[in-house]
Design a binder for this molecule. Structure first.
Ligand code: GTP
Ligand code: MG
Length: 585
């Protein structure tokens, strides 16, 4: 299916003249989404390579620093839809006429696409100026200047005669088959969790694509609200993002006010003329409605737009087909951005946190405890809070409480949003690493034990205090919103979903206990450790039955050998006793 909106794209003629030097392509699969390109050495090492604790000596970046650098990077970047057999060398040579290229990568999403990051922002303008709008014979093309281009070959035959060496960066999570292989050949449950994290986490390229998508949407929104910003939040930036997760975006109009707040001398004060609306909620709905219309009609690559304006948090949902991302655009949602920063801190403080969260999220997904459709089930956000809370409860604690992070805050960290105190330290390097050295295997087992026996009927999960609190209301599951403390982030969860969660945690704790007793050899095909936990119930029952059968057989063989040995010993005194050996065992 052709991407809708492509007809509106400007076309780039591919010539052969080159002025600038072609930079070496960067294909390295950098893995840590929170860090930026400057951290190559750190990023090349899989996050799972550190066993326990925060032993990493390199300075950790603040959330705001990462956001700023990524945003600036995205502004120097363009998205190009390419013909399938484009010649990479010529492509780079052509683009570098507009300035040196910092890095680039190709990926597939409804055709071949390239993300090209220039060294300077001016190169993007130069490329835009050299680009023409398409002249279509059957459709009307509305001229739209964006940073999403459509590359055409002037002479396709010339291009295709050379072998194509394009390597595409992977933007999807691994298949179940690959996942099970990966888990099967791991050495330990700790290894399994690290492998899972490595394969599922958002890659460096995918992070770039997410920031670029926000930047492209910002260009469109800026037509209405100059100097607005569109920021990613949620799992795309909070260090818990899985390949394929949605892209949560926040249209920030507060920056506009900051920009215009310049002092003037004299007796007069000028104000912008604005239209008043009855409430902030109505303002939010109107802004999203208009931006939504604009994205729907003119946004290159944006398809399937839905306005969900009556939700508690109004949003516009659409698919950015070219980026292969499902997007949720909200505005007036600053607290969610702060939650993302808090999760980023928790995810970055200790290398075990992300591995455990990914493991638990995958486990929950495999058993349909979570879903991409909203409903009465637990969300990934709630699950992450549960893992954080559990890690705060370890002895010694692996993660500090939110109150502790607040007590470490500087004056510049002070943050009050809509009357809610959202203050906590932003400099991760000032948070003391935990002295706890428990293995991931133990933590996984204990997580299931802990939540399999939690007093849900009377207690609330509270990461601010780091201890259970009396439940202030009767929802089956109560997880206090860390900032809007009177709210329950899991209010949607009903009793039967909670029951299902509890049963599965107990079952998983039991499976892990059995696992510890006799782990199958790598040569056997039997799923073990995390793989056994991720199996759907029927397959698991079969696997358990198979395991039980094998145990019975091996017990029989053992008994038989024992009997032979006993017999041999006795044979040395009474040769006739051998007849007594039974093979029934
Ligand atoms: P994914 O399932 O990977 O998308 O995780 P996510 O953390 O991005 O969750 P989601 O897309 O549902 O929500 C995006 C962000 O909105 C979350 O990270 C939170 O910051 C915030 N959020 C989601 N649900 C709630 C909620 O119930 N209460 C509050 N206060 N914030 C929420
Ligand atoms: Mg999300």
């Amino acid at each position: 299916m052709a991407a809708r909106g492509v007809g509106l794209l400007a076309c780039l003629p591919l010539g052969s003249q080159a002025r600038g030097r072609v930079q070496r392509p960067m294909h390295s699969l950098l893995s840590y989404p929170g860090a930026v390109a400057a951290d190559f050495e750190q990023e090349k090492q899989p996050p799972g390579s550190v066993e326990t604790g925060s032993e990493d000596k390199t300075s950790l970046k603040r959330f705001s620093e990462v956001q700023k650098e990524r945003r600036e990077q995205a502004q120097r970047t363009v998205l190009i839809q390419c013909p399938n057999k484009v010649n990479e060398k010529k492509f780079l040579k052509y683009l570098s006429q507009h300035g040196p290229i910092n890095n680039h990568f190709f990926y597939e999403s409804f055709g071949l696409h390239a993300v090209v990051e220039f060294c300077q922002k001016e190169s993007v303008t130069s490329l835009q100026n050299a680009t023409r709008t398409p002249s279509l014979s059957t459709e009307a093309a509305i001229p739209f200047r964006s940073r999403f281009f459509n590359l055409k070959l002037k002479n396709p035959l010339n291009q295709t005669s050379e072998p194509s060496s394009i390597q595409c960066s992977n933007q999807s999570p691994p298949s179940s088959k690959k996942l099970f292989e990966l888990l099967h050949y791991a050495d330990s449950i700790d290894d399994q969790l690290h492998n899972l994290l490595k394969e599922f986490q958002i890659t460096e390229e995918n992070t770039k694509l997410r920031y670029l998508t926000c930047s492209l949407i910002e260009d469109i929104a800026a037509a209405y609200f100059p100097h607005c910003t569109v920021r990613p939040f949620g799992s795309s930036v909070n260090s818990f993002g899985k390949l394929g997760c949605d892209l949560d975006m926040f249209l920030d109009l507060d920056e506009i006010e900051k920009l215009h707040a310049q002092k003037t001398s004299g007796n007069f004060l000028t104000e912008f003329q604005v239209k008043n609306v009855p409430s902030e909620r109505i303002a939010t709905q109107k802004i999203l409605s208009v931006i939504g219309e604009c994205l729907d009609h003119f946004g290159p690559g944006c398809v399937g737009l839905q306005k969900i304006l009556n939700a508690r948090c109004p949003l516009v949902r659409f698919s950015h087909q070219a980026a292969g991302l499902q997007c949720d655009l909200t505005t007036n949602n600053r607290i969610a951005l702060k939650s993302s920063e808090l999760l980023y801190i928790y995810g970055t403080l200790d290398s075990r946190v992300r591995a455990l969260v990914f493991g638990i999220r995958c486990w929950a997904r495999a058993h349909s405890l979570t879903s991409s459709i909203p409903g009465t089930w637990i969300t990934n956000f709630s699950l992450t809070m549960m893992v954080i809370f559990f890690l705060q409860r370890r002895s010694p604690p692996i993660l500090p409480t939110l109150n502790h992070l607040k007590s470490l805050a500087d004056t510049e960290d002070k943050c009050i949003i809509e009357g809610h105190n959202c203050t906590f330290i932003s400099d991760l390097n000032r948070i003391k690493p935990s002295g706890n050295t428990e293995t991931l295997e133990l933590l996984l087992k204990e997580f299931f034990e802990y939540f399999g026996n939690f007093a849900y009927e009377k207690n609330s999960i509270n990461i601010r205090q780091g201890r259970e609190q009396n439940k202030p209301e009767s929802s089956p599951l109560h997880i206090q919103n860390p900032f809007e403390t009177s709210l329950n982030i899991s209010k949607n969860v009903n009793q039967s979903q909670l029951q299902k969660f509890v049963e599965l945690t107990r079952e998983s704790a039991w499976i892990l206990q059995q696992e510890g007793k006799d782990r199958p050899s790598p040569s056997s095909n039997q799923p073990w450790g995390l793989a056994a936990l991720l199996l759907p119930p029927i397959a698991k029952t079969k696997a358990l039955a198979q395991k039980k059968r094998k145990r019975l057989v091996s017990e029989r063989i053992k008994n038989l050998l024992e009997a032979v040995r006993t017999n041999n010993t006795e044979n040395s005194t009474d040769p006739n006793e051998g007849k007594k050996i039974s093979t029934k065992a």
